[in-house]
Design a protein around this ligand. Structure first.
Ligand SMILES: Nc1ncnc2c1ncn2[C@@H]1O[C@H](COP(=O)(O)OP(=O)(O)OP(=O)(O)O)[C@@H](O)[C@H]1O
Length: 241
């Protein structure tokens, strides 16, 4: 077990589920502060459910999830694109600005400094000229860039991303992957649910392989072995990408 000062999120025999169905069973381990981890596994393996457990959207059926006790620590999440209501009539600028909500609150004035943060986040994701666009008019890749910009506004020390590169092209994936590396270099803890195992091998030092239960968690080379992938496929009896 990793020391409490090093672990930013600790899972102790955690089971999570929906109504009477267990989606993730008996997971123990820790995400270390400043680590860069991919969560992989077959469809229905419980990857999104695990992220929802960490953010508190789903309560454990059993076990405990401990997040860092530091007063200034803060977790921000990038949801799956499909969970966003794209018909909501909000501009790209305002969507990104929503990331500052924790600092600014609902009633305080949005300062010049916050406006500057929004502008520079839009620029960092290549959307400097898209602020005025209603989000429903953005392509999937542009919307994902906007959500990354919103994540920048959160300025969180732990970032959880659910399939951040689904439905985006290779150029966008590379740009957004560079942002993930930047956040990691800044000492933030980054956890991303991913399906592309080649991308995971190239970019993520740590990996958690899930199949309704923990198959392996540790160095990516040690986790993504043919034996472990075979076991995950067998446990979920589904298609592994
Ligand atoms: N809102 C929900 N209500 C009921 N069951 C759910 C809900 N969300 C997920 N589940 C179920 O929980 C199990 C795990 O789903 P989850 O979305 O966590 O898997 P996943 O590994 O993220 O899958 P995928 O790779 O397909 O996105 C599945 O059996 C799924 O049907």
């Amino acid at each position: 077990m990793v020391g409490r000062d090093v672990a930013v999120i600790e899972l102790d025999q955690v089971s999570l589920g929906w109504r009477d169905r267990v989606a993730v069973r008996d997971v123990s381990g820790a995400f270390e502060r400043g680590s860069l981890t991919a969560i992989v596994g077959p469809n229905g393996a419980g990857k999104s459910t695990l992220l929802k457990g960490i953010t508190g959207l789903v309560s454990p059926l059993r076990g405990r999830i401990r997040t860092s006790g530091r007063a200034d620590s803060h977790i921000a999440c990038l949801p799956q694109l499909g969970e966003l209501d794209r018909s909501f009539p909000i501009s790209t600028y305002d969507l990104v600005a929503m990331g500052a909500w924790r600092r600014v609150g609902a009633w305080k004035r949005f300062s010049a400094q916050e406006h500057e943060r929004v502008r520079s986040a839009l620029e960092a994701v290549g959307l400097a000229d898209f602020g005025h666009r209603i989000i429903g008019t953005l392509s999937g890749g542009q919307l994902q860039r906007a959500l990354f910009a919103r994540l920048m506004l959160h300025d969180a020390d732990t970032l959880l991303l659910d399939e951040p590169f689904a439905a985006v092209d290779m150029a966008t994936t590379e740009d957004l992957m560079a942002l993930l590396h930047r956040w990691h270099d800044e000492g933030r803890t980054v956890v991303a649910v991913l399906h592309d195992l080649d991308l995971v091998r190239r970019h993520f030092p740590q990996c958690l392989l899930l199949a309704g239960q923990l198959v392996a968690w540790g160095r990516t080379d040690d986790v993504l072995t043919p034996e472990n992938l075979h076991l995950a496929r067998h446990l979920c009896a589904g298609d592994f990408l």
